[in-house]
Design a protein around this ligand. Structure first.
Ligand SMILES: Nc1nc2c(ncn2[C@@H]2O[C@H](COP(=O)(O)OP(=O)(O)O[C@H]3O[C@H](CO)[C@@H](O)[C@H](O)[C@@H]3O)[C@@H](O)[C@H]2O)c(=O)[nH]1
Ligand SMILES: [Mg+2]
Length: 239
């Protein structure tokens, strides 16, 4: 097999993920053995001491492998990615959640898919054969499905999972797409992929199973849903 000379910057936004972050880091190292990567944790001043755990992980794995790029307070998921990206030294960037809903075991399939196809974006999808969701209640399932069906019908971007955030990007592409995004919260995932599709970037998908978190709770609230609907309307008129 050809040697993979790419470097992958894995951006992990955290807000109160003290109980998850160490396991996540351990699993990333376990599943990415022959790959050059760094993990960039963007913590928004978590009151639970997430940053203390990250500092301990830096002692174990090295400050060149685990980067802590904190912000003073909770400033939203979309802007956390923008912040992490500024510090990324890889030519590819992976974005994933800290709470193990995005399992690091899928990382090799994202990388393989990109190498095989030369895609600019590989997005994890729950909504094709081989993918799925575990552990969500009916309300949350309906919210996710509804959000996807709505955006799918109105914006037809040609991607099956618009709101998922487990993705691999060519860094230059992420920089380009991110600079045209206006949303700050969860709606960001949808805006990103719609804009990328409008810009005709090569997007591939890999199936993933999203398993609901064991520790802590979701930060997705009602206000995020309102923001999502606003974002959808905005994209509808502007793209
Ligand atoms: N730095 C930072 N991190 C945040 C913030 N809000 C959430 N996070 C982090 O972002 C990740 C996802 O947050 P969750 O609260 O666990 O989201 P979820 O409800 O499980 O939603 C997931 O699935 C959605 C699709 O159904 C996705 O849209 C969403 O991005 C996420 O992957 C976690 O690592 C969490 O700590 C924030 O304001 N700032
Ligand atoms: Mg989660």
């Amino acid at each position: 097999m050809e040697i993979n000379k790419n470097k992958y910057s894995i951006i992990v936004p955290t807000y109160n993920e003290r109980l998850n972050i160490a396991l996540l880091v351990y699993l990333v190292f376990k599943h990415l053995r022959d790959v050059d990567f760094e993990i960039i944790v963007v913590d928004d001043g978590s009151p639970d001491g997430t940053q203390e755990v990250v500092k301990q992980l830096q002692q174990v794995y090295g400050e060149d492998r685990i980067l802590l790029r904190a912000r003073p307070r909770k400033l939203g998921l979309g802007t956390a990615y923008v912040h992490g990206l500024k510090h990324a030294s890889g030519n590819f960037v992976v974005i994933m959640d800290a709470d193990l809903s995005h399992h690091p075991k899928y990382l090799p399939s994202f990388i393989r898919k990109q190498l095989e196809t030369g895609a600019s974006i590989v997005t994890g999808t729950r909504y094709v054969k081989g993918g799925g969701v575990h552990g969500w209640n009916l309300m949350r399932k309906l919210t996710s499905r509804g959000a996807n069906v709505l955006a799918q019908t109105l914006l037809w971007p040609g991607v099956s999972d618009l709101t998922g955030s487990f993705r691999l990007y060519r860094k230059s592409v992420l920089e380009d797409v991110i600079s045209s995004c206006v949303s700050k919260g969860y709606v960001f995932q949808m805006e990103m992929i719609v804009r990328a599709s409008r810009k005709c970037y090569h997007i591939e998908e890999v199936p993933i199973t999203f398993v609901d978190r064991v520790y802590g709770s979701s930060k997705l609230g009602g206000s995020e849903i309102v923001e999502y609907l606003k974002g959808l309307a905005y994209l509808l008129v502007t793209t």
